[in-house]
Design a binder for this molecule. Structure first.
Ligand code: NAD
Ligand code: GLY
Length: 370
């Protein structure tokens, strides 16, 4: 078992990583929500048949009186205003009070949706994260960002709402398909790139799912510890937290080009990280090209793309380059000439660099072969 304390004053909490923790979740929740009688569990249609019965049993054993479950369809579309409203109504129907709590059992979609529901119902109730995907365990369950999507884009309505506890059972990762596991690996690899050179080398020496699972507690702990230190220094994402966006600026453009269907988030971030190191090296921000090939080999070992040809993935009639420029915010001449890009100074050290938009544009053109 490993425990990490996130120190955010009165919003502090622990992350617990332990095999079989799902079966002890009830007692862990009792410890942090001693006044709660009712728990409203949100999960999705894939996770429900796999794990809900175990959680239910454990909650019952811990003496929680009632449990109503909001089961949402698996997938990003569930982060919608319609489903949020349904959860709010179900919570009221259930008689949730301000001393009760909401529990998210699932991946990042369930965590973001349930967390935003918890942040807003009755002006905010306690919230517990039980993440079941690799991405949710290393990233989305930690740090308190919760949100839903709007027609205008992803995560546009949200809040900072820290959980009371994050309970990770690495055993749940065994039922993930390879593609979803790889998605999480893109974020795992990102942590090595931005903050821990030794961890990056560790990953390079363990480039298979089996090897990662043999060392999963170490992997989860290391990633969450990096996120912990970033979130503790900038909870509200006004400065230092932006290093977590390494690979995401260009990655978001890839996601949007593929209409959020062609490329998963992890695949887009993977190609985005490769674009960022090439761009950084080309601009002289990176000390040397050492590690760039290792990064590409590592991503490829998990089946993640190192390059996305933008024209190939764009629907007919859409100007791919214009969409990239717009998504990255390079078209916003009026909003100021500077843009902060997250580069690496060297493998294991992120470096935010304020750059003139024109310069970013010029160098990106080279990366995309325009
Ligand atoms: P997801 O929640 O959609 O899960 C991916 C798939 O795996 C789903 O089909 C789900 O049903 C299934 N699944 C979940 N656990 C499983 C298990 N143990 N076994 C088998 N299948 C399982 O996606 P995700 O990648 O976990 O999260 C992506 C979401 O997270 C996005 O909406 C993104 O915006 C959000 N996110 C939020 C933050 C944050 O800080 N809040 C950070 C990163 C990403
Ligand atoms: N996933 C980015 C953040 O938590 O800030």
């Amino acid at each position: 078992m490993k425990t990490l304390h996130i120190d955010l004053g009165e919003r502090s909490y622990d992350i617990t990583i332990d095999h079989g923790l799902l079966d002890r979740a009830g007692e862990a929740i009792k410890a942090v929500c001693p006044k709660a009688k009712k728990l409203f569990v949100v999960t999705d249609s894939t996770v429900q048949p796999l794990y809900l019965h175990r959680l239910r049993k454990s909650l019952g054993n811990a003496g929680f009186k009632a449990l109503v479950c909001g089961v949402v369809p698996a997938g990003e579309h569930s982060k919608s205003p319609e489903l949020l409203t349904r959860l709010w109504e179900d919570m009221m129907e259930f008689g949730l009070t301000r001393t009760d709590a909401v529990v998210a059992l699932g991946g990042g979609v369930v965590g973001d949706l349930a967390g935003f529901a918890a942040a807003t119902i009755l002006r905010g109730v306690d919230f517990i994260q039980i993440p079941t995907t690799l991405l949710a365990q290393v990233d989305s369950s930690v740090g308190g960002k919760v949100a839903i999507d709007l027609a205008h884009g992803k995560n546009l309505a949200g809040a900072f709402w820290q959980p009371k506890a994050v309970l990770m059972d690495p055993e749940t990762l065994k039922t993930l398909d390879d593609k979803t596991f790889a998605d999480g690996m893109a974020e795992v690899i990102k942590y090595g790139c931005i903050a821990d050179r030794e961890f990056f080398h560790f990953l390079c020496a363990h480039p298979t799912r089996a090897q990662i699972m043999e060392n999963i507690e170490h992997v989860l702990y290391t990633c969450c510890d990096i996120k912990r230190s970033v979130v503790e220094s900038d909870e509200r994402d006004t400065g230092a937290r932006m290093i977590l966006n390494f690979g995401h600026t260009v990655g978001h453009a890839f996601e949007r080009l593929g209409n959020y269907e062609t490329w998963t988030h992890g695949q887009a971030v993977s190609a985005g990280m490769c674009a960022a190191v090439q761009l950084g090296f080309g601009l002289g921000v990176m000390d040397s090209d050492e590690g760039i090939q290792d990064l590409m080999d590592l991503l490829s070992a998990f089946g993640l793309p190192t390059h996305i040809a933008i024209d190939a993935c764009t629907p007919e009639g859409v100007d791919a380059w214009n969409l990239v420029v717009e998504t990255i915010g390079l078209d916003k001449k009026g909003a100021g000439d500077d843009l902060t890009m997250i580069f690496l100074k060297r493998m294991g050290q992120a470096l935010p660099v304020k750059m003139k938009r024109d310069k970013v544009l010029e160098n990106l053109e080279a990366v995309f072969g325009r």
